[in-house]
Design a protein around this ligand. Structure first.
Ligand code: NAP
Length: 282
């Protein structure tokens, strides 16, 4: 295994990576502000990694709309500082990007976005992550993923379980479709990508897709909670409306991974076998 440095080590993906790569150098916000160019250079110069898995980002999608400068600095410019520093120490960079780089409105009938489709973000978050993508060198790697959840950190699965266990009724939209993805499966894939030295754009989501409403039903069902607690609404009915526009259809085709016979499990499979651990963690 190559010498790894992981940014965002206290984030939900970072923590799953840290468990799987105990020898890696773990960098959290307490160790490094990724927007500080000198500090980024000093950090990589001190640790001299061979591969950096850069997960740190501003991920609060609606906050990105109200704080665009912070979004572009954190998700765009900080990636430039990472690339500069990686250049100095001869490291390869693997950065995590998102389905939000796409419009969410495929031309013609809905079909999964693949790695060569043209990005066309409709939110500041998507645009700022695309800005980060544009900073990478040809031999770096962009791993686009979506709808992340897992055992660590706040996420949809934990929110729904907390509400469901207290018997609260909930409403979720049935007109936004995507691929729920577990940080445990993504972490395994990222370490495989690091090991294999795969470069370029790689889509990495769990198999399967659904709406948020469908996902919430599945979460409740997996935990033995009555799925009737959730009812379906449309994006139009959200009150208050969300600041950031969400993609309507953001299923991604994992073309590159599939060509290498690498597949993440179906999201329902991982949901089923991790639900007990997630319930225990809330
Ligand atoms: N969550 C999703 O559904 C999703 C979907 C697609 C792609 N992604 C991408 O996947 C990656 C991991 O996401 P995640 O869900 O694990 O995110 P997360 O839980 O929000 O973790 C991101 C981490 O980055 C840190 N960070 C933010 N600004 C920083 C700064 N200026 N300096 C240093 N650290 C900073 C955060 O620290 P604080 O907690 O202290 O702010 C946090 O620990 C991100 O690149 C994200 O854009 C996420």
């Amino acid at each position: 295994m190559k010498k790894l440095l992981i940014t965002g080590a206290n984030g939900q993906l970072g923590r799953d990576l840290a468990i799987r790569a105990p020898e890696a150098v773990l960098i959290s916000r307490q160790d490094l502000d990724i927007t500080d160019r000198d500090a980024v250079l000093a950090c990589l110069y001190t640790h001299k990694p061979e591969v950096v898995i850069h997960t740190a980002a501003m991920t609060a999608v609606d906050s990105c709309e109200s704080e665009p400068d912070r979004a572009f600095t954190t998700n765009g410019l900080a990636t430039r500082w990472m690339v500069e520093a990686a250049d100095v120490v001869g490291a390869r960079l693997i950065t995590i990007s998102t389905d939000y780089v796409f419009s969410g409105e495929p031309e013609g009938p809905d079909h999964p976005w693949h790695e060569w489709d043209a990005p066309d973000p409709r939110s500041i978050y998507g645009a700022s992550k695309l800005a980060g993508e544009s900073e990478l060198r040809p031999n770096d790697t962009i791993v686009r993923t979506a709808w992340l959840a897992g055992i660590h950190g706040p996420n949809i699965v934990k929110t729904v379980l907390s509400m469901g266990l207290s018997g609260a009724e909930m409403k979720f939209v049935d007109d936004q479709i995507g691929s729920p993805t577990f940080t445990s499966d993504l972490a395994d894939t990222l370490l495989w990508i690091a090991d294999e030295g795969i470069t370029g754009i790689v889509h990495a989501t769990n198999e399967g897709y659904t709406s948020w409403f469908g996902y919430v039903q599945a979460i409740l069902y997996a935990a033995g909670i009555d799925p009737a607690l959730v009812s379906r609404i449309s994006t139009h009915d959200l009150n208050p409306p969300r600041l950031a526009r969400r993609p309507r259809y953001s299923v991604m085709d994992n073309t590159v991974l599939r060509s290498m016979d690498h597949q993440l499990p179906h999201y329902l499979e991982t949901l089923e076998h991790s639900i007990g651990e997630i319930v225990a963690s809330i």
